[in-house]
Write a protein that binds this ligand. Structure first.
Ligand code: IPM
Ligand code: MG
Length: 361
């Protein structure tokens, strides 16, 4: 029977529209093959929303997302909006959609593809076989804690404040997601905190240990965040699933991404306890190469695969996309960001075309 899904597309800014166009073409073809009908609806977010409405996340966009089965986002931001007040910045739109859809679990895989092993700045033997899943808490911690702001003291000096706070329930629900994922992967989970200094991290660690009782088959370890970053670059193969808070996850996931040498390849999923989830590449909007047909659309395409797997429970269709991406790389096609000698240089559109051929074959 045909399954039908409403998908909200958020092209955003910079290279967003061009990479999203490739992913949509791929989804059309995959849909035909797997008897899935996608109803796409497009909405504004980020700089393009600021230009059109003055607001980086218009209410209409949030409503549109809430009425869909999944949200596929490209990227937001650009020089043009960098100096606006915080509430009008594109990033504020991203934080607002995470909060608005209650997307507390952010999954960021960092996998070394054998075809791209030379794209990494680390030695082959250090990174061969690395396959890490960072599970980042996304709607709490210092990004959202109160009080926050810049205040003036009685002495007339300004003081900036952000608050790192977690409720037990917030830690518990993200820990469960991470244990479930670790269980399906190699059964190893490393929780990252700063419990030697921060009370909020001590609570985090205590709750993770508590939740661990429900998952006796998962091997749990804990690392302080400074050590974790060091371990990540010197011996990344020790990691399978990493669980961490919002700020540490922001930092660790960029470091993990760069192990692969190609941030242009990495997708992500942001999930709540209900639909819709939001799926987006880890990379940004790359305004310097926008509209030049230079962008790598593969992270966006792989985000569509994550949407199928984690958002719509269509794992077969997801695998077909993932396999096709590997095949295109095996055939030697490379955009500028992952180019190496002897390979065939292509632009965004041509990468999309060769990928479609493989998907259709
Ligand atoms: C990310 C980004 C965002 C974050 C910014 C753009 C708000 O760095 O998704 O990792 O800090 O979460
Ligand atoms: Mg980040």
């Amino acid at each position: 029977m045909t399954r039908q899904y409403t998908i909200t597309l958020l092209p955003g800014d910079g290279i967003g529209p061009e990479i999203l166009a490739v992913a949509v073409k791929v989804l059309h073809v995959i849909g035909k093959q797997f008897d899935i009908k996608f109803d796409f609806q497009e909405a504004l977010i980020g700089g393009s929303a600021i230009d059109a409405t003055g607001n980086p996340l218009p209410e209409e966009t949030l409503t549109c997302c809430r009425n869909s089965d999944a949200v596929l986002l490209a990227a937001i931001g650009g020089y043009k909006w960098d100096n606006l007040p915080r509430h009008q910045r594109p990033e504020t739109g991203l934080l607002a959609i995470r909060a608005g859809l209650n997307l507390f679990a952010n999954l960021r895989p960092a996998t070394i593809l054998p075809q791209l092993i030379d794209a990494s700045s680390l030695k082959r033997e250090v990174i061969r076989g690395v396959d890490i899943m960072v599970v980042r808490e996304l709607t709490g911690g210092i990004y959202f804690g109160q009080p926050k702001g810049i205040f003036e003291t009685e002495m007339g000096e300004k003081r900036g404040i952000n608050t790192m706070a977690y409720m037990e329930s917030e830690v518990d629900r993200i820990a469960k997601v991470a244990f479930e994922i670790a269980q399906k992967r190699s059964g190893k989970l490393c929780s990252v905190d700063k419990a030697n200094v921060l009370d909020v991290s001590q609570l985090w660690r205590d709750r993770v240990n508590h939740i661990a009782c429900q998952y006796p088959e998962v091997e749990l370890s804990h690392l302080y965040v400074d050590n974790a970053v060091m371990q990540l670059v010197c011996a990344p193969k020790q990691f399978d699933t990493i669980l961490t808070g919002n700020l540490f996850g922001d930092i660790l996931s960029d470091a993990a991404a760069m192990l692969t040498g190609s941030i242009g390849m990495l997708p992500s999923a942001s999930l709540g306890s209900e639909k819709p989830g939001l799926f987006e590449p880890v990379h940004g909007s790359a305004p310097d190469i926008a509209k030049q047909d230079k962008a790598n659309p593969l992270a966006q395409v792989l985000s569509a695969a994550m949407m199928l797997r984690y958002g719509l429970d269509e794992p077969k269709a997801a695998s077909k996309i993932e396999q096709s991406v590997l095949e295109v790389l095996a055939q030697g096609y490379r955009t500028g960001d992952i180019m190496s000698s002897q390979m065939r240089s292509v632009g965004c559109q041509e990468m999309g075309d060769v990928l479609l051929k493989v998907v259709e074959s």
